[in-house]
Design a protein. Structure first.
Length: 65
């Protein structure tokens, strides 16, 4: 019973169902029943995320969200 945990910036509400569907399909192709696949999405705001000491809210300020 796989549990897939995704750490990401906030996603658009309409993106999530397709993401979950496509991830599930990867496991189904490996013979795992879709009902056994659990997906958890953990969304972290850009101001709470940094790389090389630079907040992503600053580093990616021009990113369309």
């Amino acid at each position: 019973m796989p549990i897939i945990s995704i750490e990401t910036w906030p996603l658009k509400k309409e993106q999530k169902p397709l993401l979950m569907k496509e991830i599930t399909e990867v496991f189904v192709k490996q013979g795992i029943p879709a009902q056994a696949v659990t997906i958890l999405i953990h969304e972290t705001e850009l101001e709470n995320w940094a790389s090389a000491d630079e907040q992503h809210s600053i580093k990616f300020k021009d990113l369309k969200r």
